[in-house]
Design a protein around this ligand. Structure first.
Ligand code: SF4
Length: 417
């Protein structure tokens, strides 16, 4: 994001020597409030705007000048108190043991706050508790500030929404605002939503079979198992549902997809035991993790490669890690990967636990011709061919490569400029 922000929405620290400080602030201010107006009309728009604005805030907060950031935090009046040197000496070992600070060469620093202010940190045992006071590592400060930012923005958006009807009669502003919010069509997934295809591509309950040829092994294995057994166990369902959500499949279509796939059970059983979990994954129901209405994000390779291994009868996770080398090779051969050199390389990769390298090796082999073409003809930027680290990126890249001829080369180049 940094080069994009620098180009379109720079916002240097107050201490910077930039001559455009005031202009930058004015532009940022205007754009924020115009978007607030445009994206406050419905719950869905508010949710999307709030998520993206929070991401922007997080980036800027991280990049800000350290002293100015601390001044800003102090101005929030959070009733935090930094732990002084004397107290650090007294509690040092307890503090480090309870909060894990200092393990990876991290700078030591804590602040004190009433424990009721950070219940989620207390619950996950990331703080030291003493006489009702929580000692919180400095690294957690950002997540508290960001949470507060989102909370304030959400309530401001609701206020704006209540004031919107007053604009109804204004025929200058309303069409512009409506147009702005309509252009914002990217599906609402909290992971890198650029992994979702836009344009004419519309996944639905009926075309998942056809699309599955572009799935990475983790998802094609789930899909095949689902077709064979008309069922998937809980974690497999969750992993697959989130992947489909990342493709841009709507909640309604996702429910329909699962309903049709679970052929052997009644509507009543489906409604009782499965529908809720799908809605929950989409953020349509549920509290806590879902309270911001986004649901869960599609799992990355890293998550799939580090979670607990599946038990008997379970099919979730990354097959490059969960299968024995022989079974993995057999599975790859079933999906049409027969090149002996590639299979040999895969064995070596998984032997060294470089699972995603093996996956990228297979991708490069199965898309060899198309990758050569985009390179030779300069159709894609080099970054478009970076190492794949997310199943949804795998899908998107595979889909685009296999549909290169759907668009004239000039158009593809232009889009990637
Ligand atoms: Fe899926 Fe990632 Fe494993 Fe490839 S490396 S199969 S994309 S989890």
């Amino acid at each position: 994001m940094s080069p994009l922000l620098e180009k379109h929405l720079p916002l240097h620290a107050n201490s910077s020597r930039s001559s455009a400080l005031q202009d930058e602030r004015r532009k940022d201010h205007y754009s924020h409030f115009i978007l607030r107006l445009a994206f406050s009309a419905t719950e869905d728009l508010r949710r999307r705007f709030s998520r993206l604005e929070t991401m922007l805030f997080r980036l800027r907060y991280k990049d800000d000048d350290a002293r100015e950031r601390q001044d800003f935090v102090n101005s929030l009046d959070f009733a935090w108190e930094m732990v002084g040197e004397k107290e650090k000496l007294e509690l040092g070992d307890d503090l480090r043991a309870a909060t894990g600070v200092g393990r990876k060469g991290e700078e030591e620093g804590w602040f004190k706050v009433e424990w009721e202010k950070v219940p989620e940190l207390v619950e996950s045992r990331r703080v030291l508790l003493k006489r009702g006071t929580a000692y919180v590592p400095l690294r957690e400060q950002m997540s508290l500030v960001v949470t507060e930012f989102t909370r304030r923005l959400d309530s401001a958006l609701e206020l704006t929404a209540r004031a919107l009807p007053r604009l109804d009669e204004d025929d200058r502003l309303s069409p512009i605002l409506t147009h702005l919010s309509r252009s914002f069509t990217a599906p609402d997934v909290a992971y890198d939503s650029s992994s979702t295809l836009a344009g004419d591509f519309h996944p639905n309950a009926s075309n998942i079979d056809a699309l599955s040829q572009h799935f990475p092994l983790c998802m094609s294995h789930l899909h095949t198992t689902l077709r064979q057994n008309s069922h998937l166990k809980h974690y497999g369902r969750l992993q697959y549902t989130l992947f489909l959500k990342g493709l841009g499949l709507s909640l309604e279509d996702c429910i329909l997809f699962w309903r049709r796939s679970f052929k052997l059970i009644t509507d009543e059983k489906f409604a009782k035991e499965y529908r809720y979990n799908i809605r929950h994954a989409y953020g349509d129901v549920g509290g806590d993790a879902n309270r911001r209405g986004r649901g869960y994000t599609p799992y990355s390779c890293q998550k799939l490669l580090t979670e607990a291994l599946p038990g008997a009868g379970q099919t979730h996770g990354c097959p490059y890690r969960t299968f024995t080398p022989d079974n993995l090779v057999a599975l790859l051969q079933q999906t049409g990967v027969n090149d002996r050199e590639v299979l040999k390389g895969v064995r070596e990769d998984v032997g060294k636990q470089r699972y995603h390298v093996a996956c990228n090796r297979v991708f490069e082999s199965t898309h060899k011709r198309e990758i050569k073409r985009v390179k030779d003809e300069g159709l894609w930027n080099a970054s478009e061919l970076d190492v794949i680290a997310h199943p949804n990126t795998y899908f998107k890249r595979s889909f685009l490569l296999k549909h290169l001829d759907d668009k004239p080369a000039e158009e593809i180049k232009k889009e990637n400029e």
